[in-house]
Design a protein around this ligand. Structure first.
Ligand code: TEU
Ligand code: CA
Length: 534
């Protein structure tokens, strides 16, 4: 049963959601204590960023034990209680499945250092090319080399992400079986499915040199290859046993490749997170930001809406800067926040809301690298330093792109600790929590939080918004308009003005929702006005 076609999914970054014991780190009992907020918002499922045992080089995306919970977050009993408490509120739990790599502290990796062990072929080991040269010329996702020498085994291992995230070897059928067992373990505990981390890069066809590129040299050897499709179909056998839901995080995929990854007849994934629309404000790579051009976003969304039967919709996650800071307006934070909410909740697909998005949390207000934790930002700073880029410029590159922008603690209240912790938070709390917090927005019927809540409810009650086709109507430098239609249902028209300036549109209709509270519509649009017309 495709429950996920009617669902809104809420992403939790456990470290920053709610601390329950004053150590400054969010935890599972904290999440349980906030389930009512998620119910109140109207979400049907939560996706938890990793809570497994991990030395936290990449905050849980480096797993050292897939069958246990990071003690900072709680115990397996807490996790079981979370699943049960969520179920009691009709909320499904989706786990993050991070199986492209494990932590080098995972016992598979420790064993793998010994060439004679049963785990010898679990990772991508290779010899250097003589006189201290690396096995090939590939570069990693975090801006650095992707090979590390292991003195015990006297070989290099591949790590496309941080040094302590070693890539698994998917040429080894034993690895595929291990992952299937891990998935069964969690599905038997009652989780509803998985968000599959960088799932389109599992299979590396060879470790040959790649074509030199500005970023990710070597990626033609692992991006969305047939070997990965085969592995997904193998995983799918387990998913089908449990009727599990899956969304793949798929880096650098085209609509064509996405069709193959989640085509109904192919029995691979249910949907994918694509990245193209996250690239509308960058040149070449994510660290070179340029002015956001709404028209690029409209074109990109339109292409994906038209190419795929179903999309995973998102504007934020734990890797991306905050959407109001990025696509919205400083002059109109509330209106632009509501407009972005309207976009997310009226496209065709399954909307994912990232914690804090529903109250318009912004990018961090840090001023120095020292305040950051993100392994990617710290690596990039090291690389830029090596290239003699001066400190001021380094900060100007890193600050707007750092993943920590989305990782500051949830702003529940305005006071010290923002209701997140009674202790010292592991990552700085944004000082704007005095103005931007849930408690204040709950009181204010005109708040962004109430707008999200209202649109989620509208979506739940309006079949055309959930299942209708997407028909593009207008796409100018600032206005995006589209229709959702479904035989036997009244169509809806959505008009969005992505600008601090007014605009006009040819669209007309009776107002169902308007973020300026207007009751009639004559085709003129205020700055950042969002209208749903019947
Ligand atoms: O991210 C994969 C990914 O490619 C990017 O989003 C990444 O965060 C970065 O921007 C690359 O430049 C996933 C997870 O979402 C991320 O948190 C992990 O760090 C990464 O995989 C490794 O597991
Ligand atoms: Ca805690």
């Amino acid at each position: 049963m495709a429950w996920w076609k009617d669902a809104v999914i809420y992403q939790i970054y456990p470290r920053s959601f709610q601390d329950s014991n004053g150590d400054g780190i969010g935890d599972i009992p904290g999440i349980i204590s906030r389930l009512d907020h998620i119910r109140d918002l109207g979400a049907d499922a939560i996706w938890l960023s990793p809570v497994y045992c991990s030395p936290n080089a990449d905050n849980g995306y480096d797993i050292s034990d897939y069958r246990d919970i990071n003690p900072e977050y709680g115990t397996m009993a807490d996790m079981e209680r979370l699943i049960a408490e969520a179920r009691r509120r009709d909320i499904r739990v989706i786990m993050d499945l991070v199986v492209n790599h494990t932590s080098t502290e995972h016992w598979w990796f420790r064993q793998s250092r010994d060439k004679t062990s049963a785990y010898a072929d679990y990772y991508c080991w290779a010899d250097g090319r003589g006189d201290g040269k690396l096995p090939n010329n590939w570069t990693g996702f975090f801006g650095e080399d992707c090979w590390e020498f292991d003195p015990q085994r006297c070989q290099y291992y591949l790590h496309l992400f941080a040094k302590t995230q070693a890539d698994l070897n998917y040429h080894n059928p034993a690895v595929v079986e291990e992952v299937k067992d891990i998935m069964r373990f969690w599905l038997e505990k009652g989780v509803a499915g998985f968000r599959c981390d960088v799932i389109n890069i599992l299979y590396k066809d060879s470790l040959e040199n790649g074509k030199k590129k500005l970023a990710l040299t070597g990626s033609e050897h692992y991006l969305t290859l047939e070997g990965t499709h085969e592995i997904l179909r193998e995983f799918r056998k387990v998913w089908d046993e449990f009727d599990a839901f899956t969304v793949g995080e798929t880096v650098f995929v085209t609509p064509r490749e996405a069709q193959d990854l989640c085509g109904l007849d192919r029995r691979e994934l249910d949907m994918v997170f694509s990245f193209e629309h996250m690239e509308c404000d960058q040149v070449f790579i994510k660290w070179f930001k340029t002015k956001f051009k709404p028209r690029k976003l409209f074109a990109c969304l339109t292409r994906w809406q038209k190419s795929l039967p179903w999309n995973a919709l998102y504007l934020e996650n734990h890797d991306q800067p905050r959407s109001v800071s990025r696509f919205g307006s400083r002059a109109h934070p509330l209106e632009s926040g509501k407009l972005l909410a309207t976009l997310l909740l009226t496209l065709r697909g399954t909307p994912f809301i990232y914690q804090g998005q529903e109250i318009g949390m912004t990018n961090f207000d840090f001023t120095r690298l020292r305040q950051l934790n993100d392994v990617e930002s710290l690596n990039v700073d090291r690389v830029l330093t090596r290239l003699h880029v001066p400190q001021g410029l380094r900060w100007r590159i890193i600050a707007p792109t750092s993943r920590d922008n989305a990782r500051t603690p949830f702003q529940w209240e305005g006071g010290d600790g923002a209701g997140f912790t009674t202790g010292r938070a592991w990552l700085g709390i944004n000082h704007n929590c005095k103005d931007v917090n849930l408690a204040a927005q709950e009181e204010d019927p005109n708040s962004l939080f109430h707008w999200y809540k209202d649109l989620i409810a509208l979506r739940r009650d309006t079949k055309v918004l959930r299942r209708g086709a997407f028909i593009p109507l207008e796409s100018t430098r600032q206005v995006f308009a589209y229709r959702r239609e479904l035989p036997g249902n009244d169509p809806l028209t959505i008009v969005l003005n992505f600008s601090d300036n007014p605009a006009t549109t040819a669209c007309r209709g009776t107002v169902l929702r308007d973020n300026y509270g207007r009751e009639t519509f004559d085709g003129t649009l205020q700055p950042w006005e969002a209208v749903i017309l019947a």
